[in-house]
Write a protein that binds this ligand. Structure first.
Ligand code: NAD
Length: 515
């Protein structure tokens, strides 16, 4: 009997014992930087001659780890092992599969700060952001374990005289799991755990920027006794491996979280039927966002400004849910712009191993160049009121940057930058602000700060996003509490961390026996 699911509380680093434990975890991880990380094929660690370095974005002279470089022969081995493992894994009862997740969650709780410390170095998360990422990973494991048990139990059906009825949730076959680097543990664990617990052998290919933290997860799952072949783990060239996984006729499910551009390519490729393919491929695609915070004229301004700044600059704005557009009612506009700019300027930027730093570095040189390109473009589209340049030289840092007086159709308001750049626009009135928030091809998250009941109700109906937050910031969804996924170009709205999610990895079989 399992206790009810509840989200994992975050670590309170203001308590000296927790801060000391995190310092110790950082020191221990630092001593292990630069190691070599294997593939996992058919239950075995596999090393390769060629490796690819994963570097510390805040200090790019430091190699966090050397990840094995998988080639086509490794991927082939993963597919063959998955097919071999499938018959036994699909017959393993859901509650037994769930136990692997529960055991993995327990191991993660024991190593919680160590896992967070790896993320501080590998993707430049602050302590708080890294701790939240681990907590979310644990939550996915706990939540999907319970969901699997629910799906494995009797399902409600209308009784029918003379027939014995049953509905079973069956797996589909090999799943290709392709996560992004920005929640390198949480999203990786969530997609993988869902695919596995539903009974699908899974090949996991992490983003090339974050192979080490994913490697730790693959190792943990194997320590938990996962049968050989049920999880294949390949690292290397993300685009080459990822597209080979998507195109392979043996793949039945693609679970992808990443950019719109790559996701659209996967949607197209997954629709092509190849020789030897049995069944349609399912593509679960969670893509980008250009999320808005709306500040109405009568709201709690302190809460709104704090929420807008946290949502724009937390983890350097590198969240799909980041509030990169701020739409402000004209009556409070000047006050909000001045205060947001002041607070953005006050944010600390530097290596996140130092707890004092709110923001770390951008993930890589490409992200840095892209963000600085938007900062330059922004100078022609708005009024720079904060930041606008690079941070410390050792890493790929960008100062928190704010442009005011940006129009809705400007690139800064339309394109996902995925960096610490906030565009603020002046709305004539509430109706204008609402229309502006919807003036995007994306539809992931949105926040409205208002005390006007009619406006809040209107936003519930008309703000077209998968995750709407009223009088709170638009980042920080919790598993089981805020099922997560977006509309329109933000993807297939899979609602990760919700009751609908596991169904995407199953096919239901209805069975009736005449009595
Ligand atoms: P990305 O699209 O560059 O890469 C995502 C994954 O796809 C990586 O594992 C990468 O190696 C792989 N990949 C790259 N090219 C591929 C190809 N041709 N075929 C198959 N796989 C390929 O995205 P990213 O930079 O890792 O992540 C940032 C993006 O992810 C942002 O757009 C962000 O909004 C989005 N994101 C969305 C959500 C969500 O839930 N909607 C959550 C987190 C991040």
């Amino acid at each position: 009997m399992l206790p009810d699911y509840a989200p994992t509380p975050l670590t309170d680093f203001s308590r000296p014992e927790h801060a000391a434990a995190m310092e110790a975890a950082l020191a221990a991880v630092r001593a292990r930087l630069g190691g070599t990380w294997p593939l996992w094929l058919d239950g075995e660690r596999v090393t390769t001659d060629a490796t690819r370095p994963s570097v510390d974005p805040a200090d790019h002279a430091t190699v966090v780890g050397h990840a094995a470089e998988a080639g086509p022969e490794h991927l082939e081995r993963a597919f063959v092992a998955a097919a071999r493992a499938f018959p036994a894994w699909r017959r393993t009862p859901l509650e037994v599969r769930a136990r692997y997740l529960l055991r993995c969650a327990a191991r993660m709780r024991e190593r919680r700060l160590e896992l967070a410390a790896w993320m501080v170095f590998e993707v430049s998360k602050s302590w708080v952001e890294a701790d939240a990422d681990v907590a979310e990973a644990i939550d996915f494991l706990e939540f999907y374990a319970r969901e699997a048990i629910r799906l494995g139990g009797p399902q409600p059906l209308a009784p029918y005289p003379g027939e014995e009825l049953e509905l079973r949730y069956l797996p589909l076959g090999t799943a290709a799991v392709i996560p992004p680097w920005n929640f390198p543990l949480a999203i990786t664990v969530g997609m993988t755990a869902a695919a596995l617990v539903a009974g699908n052998p899974t090949i996991l290919k992490p983003a090339h920027q974050a192979p080490v933290i994913a490697g730790l997860f693959a190792e943990l799952l194997h320590e938990c006794g996962l049968p050989p072949g049920v999880l294949g783990f390949v690292t290397g060239d993300g685009a080459a491996l990822g597209s080979a996984m998507v195109e392979d006729p043996r793949t039945r499910i693609v679970a992808f979280t990443g950019s719109k551009a790559v996701g659209l390519g996967i949607a197209r490729k997954a629709g092509e039927v190849r020789p030897g393919q049995r069944g349609l491929k399912r593509a679960i695609l969670e893509l980008g966002g250009k999320d808005a915070t709306v500040i109405d004229d009568d709201c709690d301004l302190e809460a709104a400004i704090a929420g807008a700044v946290a949502a724009a600059f937390g983890f350097q704005g590198q969240k799909c849910s980041a509030g990169s557009r701020l739409i402000v009612h004209t009556r409070v506009y000047d006050e909000v712009v001045a205060e947001v700019a002041r607070r953005a300027d006050a944010l600390t930027v530097g290596h996140p191993r130092d707890r004092a730093h709110f923001m770390g570095a951008m993930i890589d040189d490409k992200a840095l160049a892209k963000t600085l390109g938007y900062v330059e473009a922004g100078r022609g589209e708005g009024r720079l009121v904060a930041g606008g340049g690079r941070g410390p030289d050792a890493g790929w840092f960008v100062r928190p940057t704010v442009f005011a007086d940006v129009e809705s159709r400007a690139r800064l308001m339309q394109e996902e930058i995925f960096g610490p750049v906030l565009a603020i626009g002046r709305a004539r009135d509430w109706e204008h602000a609402l229309a502006w928030a919807n003036d995007t091809e994306y539809g992931l998250t949105g926040a409205v700060f208002s005390r006007n009941r009619d406006h809040l109700e209107q936003a519930r109906h008309e703000l077209h996003v998968g995750n709407l937050y009223l009088n709170r910031k638009c980042t920080g969804a919790l598993v089981g509490v805020h099922p997560f996924g977006g509309f329109d170009m933000s993807g297939t709205d899979s609602k990760a961390g919700g009751r609908d999610y596991l169904l995407l990895f199953t096919q239901a079989k209805s069975i009736a026996e005449k009595l």
